[in-house]
Design a protein around this ligand. Sequence first.
Ligand SMILES: Nc1ncnc2c1ncn2[C@@H]1O[C@H](COP(=O)(O)OP(=O)(O)OP(=O)(O)O)[C@@H](O)[C@H]1O
Ligand SMILES: [Mg+2]
Length: 268
Amino acid sequence: MPSSSATRNPFTAVETPAVGVVLENLCKDFGTLKVLKNVSFSVDPGEIFVLMGPSGSGKSVMLKQIVGLEPPTSGRVLIDGRDATDPATREHVRMALVFQSGALFNSLSVFDNLALYPREHRIASEADIRTKVMHALQIISLQDTAQKYPAELSGGMKKRVAIARALVMEPQLMLYDEPTSELDPVTSAAISEIIATLKEEYHVTTIVVSHDRDLAFNIADRIGLLLGGELIFNGSPAELRASQDPRITDFLNPKIDLKNPRFKKLAS
Ligand SMILES: Nc1ncnc2c1ncn2[C@@H]1O[C@H](COP(=O)(O)OP(=O)(O)OP(=O)(O)O)[C@@H](O)[C@H]1O
Ligand SMILES: [Mg+2]
């Protein structure tokens, strides 16, 4: 087990200081559309922070801000104390984003998808890349798929391969966008377990964006709830469960009103 303040590289076992993330008064507009409204929170080194919120509330936009893919309108994101939009930050902190779609290359085998980043960046010999890729596949229990193509995999397998591909970047910070969407509860639980294991074994600082209540309550150290671009809650899973704020209870336990004319129409 790594010490609580260090991330252990899954391939070399070398420990580096775990990194924290701080968002300060982050605002993001697209033209007149205000997507993120003064959002502030911090993620401690080695912690799992799950950001929940309804569709369109700005979760994916927030992840892009955190990894520095898009500049904020105002405010800032600090990763290990450095501005996320500064290219030097990416050299200082290894981070990997697992996209909502998985974003695997369909024309490449699973092995080649995982090998792409280290090959392009020439960060290891072909033999070392092979060892690393097979180890990453072993961590997610998909060694047998190395020669398969994404089209031959189930949705759950693709999500796991996308996680393995991120892992090959030896991240100190992992970000996941909806890692369990479109998956059945058993497969979702398996993905949650992988995310939790990466945190426990390697102490990777983790930010997960998800609607999945089970995932959030099972693996989060802390949960944030984004509503209409504002962070209306930031606390432990127990605090979220205990909240009496109607905006939160409505989000966690949405009521279906069968008397709503929309449903009447469907039923007739
Ligand atoms: N590049 C962009 N240009 C203009 N508007 C954008 C852009 N990216 C996102 N938006 C808008 O920002 C809002 C939030 O989008 P975002 O993708 O962050 O939602 P989300 O919370 O991730 O939703 P979901 O749960 O459906 O993935 C939406 O209204 C979306 O149309
Ligand atoms: Mg999204």
